[in-house]
Design a protein around this ligand. Sequence first.
Ligand SMILES: NC(=O)c1ccc[n+]([C@@H]2O[C@H](COP(=O)([O-])OP(=O)(O)OC[C@H]3O[C@@H](n4cnc5c(N)ncnc54)[C@H](OP(=O)(O)O)[C@@H]3O)[C@@H](O)[C@H]2O)c1
Length: 264
Amino acid sequence: MDLQLRNFALSKANAIMNNLTQQQSGFLKGKKVVILGGSSGIGLATAKAAAGEDAKVVIVSSNQERVNNALKELPEGNNGYVVNLNNEQQVQDFFTKLGQFDHLVYTAGEALQLINLADVAVADAKRFFDLRYWGAFTAVKYAAQYINSDGSIVLTGGIASLRPGKGWSLGASICAAMEGFTRAMAIELAPVRVNIVSPGVVKTNLWSNMTDAEKEAMYSGIGNNLPVKRVGEAEDIAQAYLYLMRQQYGTGQMIVVDGGTVLV
Ligand SMILES: NC(=O)c1ccc[n+]([C@@H]2O[C@H](COP(=O)([O-])OP(=O)(O)OC[C@H]3O[C@@H](n4cnc5c(N)ncnc54)[C@H](OP(=O)(O)O)[C@@H]3O)[C@@H](O)[C@H]2O)c1
């Protein structure tokens, strides 16, 4: 290739890269991002990060006080609503009233029970699918028709499906079910992109049924054995949701953000 042609190819490639970078850095500006489970933890961190990029954020949880407190941490002009995501009618009514939007994020969850198969009651086991799996399923069912065609859905799993410990039958099953649901929706709802984030252990209210001492022991016990030497913060994980909203080409994919847990 002569020098002139090479320089032309290089300047063209640079122009495309600059254009893409500009598009991506301003991509969420003015976009409506709905975060179910946005009053706390990973959802709230994602809400703050999206609002920081000038997205119009709507957070949802089951508790008015927690929604109000979370809204105080977001810039003026963002909105919050109370919806019990276990209640199909409430979910349908919410999306009907909300109308058209760009990105749906589902981070609602509750503390999981770690229990061996021999000791778990089957009825209790089934109930653990309600919010994390059926809640997400219901939300996607009623939200999909309102999501703009260049928008996306980002769901939440966890590394229990890839690296379960003893007593993790429920967590592993729910996470694997969410992964399968994500791939199926990427096909069914295309061109809307559907992806999933799979976190390792993250310091959030999810662990609020433990005492502070128990939590700290768990965080340092797990963290010290990870390649990155710490457990995750909600802000670490939020970046993956933002990336999956911004990028334009990946669908049906899972991003694992776990400090290297699945490797060790
Ligand atoms: N933290 C971790 O170590 C970790 C690891 C792997 C995967 N995950 C997954 O990541 C997701 C987010 O967890 P997190 O750690 O951010 O937990 P979190 O801080 O406890 O947040 C959970 C959110 O779900 C909302 N929620 C709970 N029940 C609800 C209901 N019935 N209707 C509507 N909203 C409801 C909570 O708000 P209200 O209580 O106000 O309703 C809160 O906003 C979960 O799916 C969790 O399984 C977390």
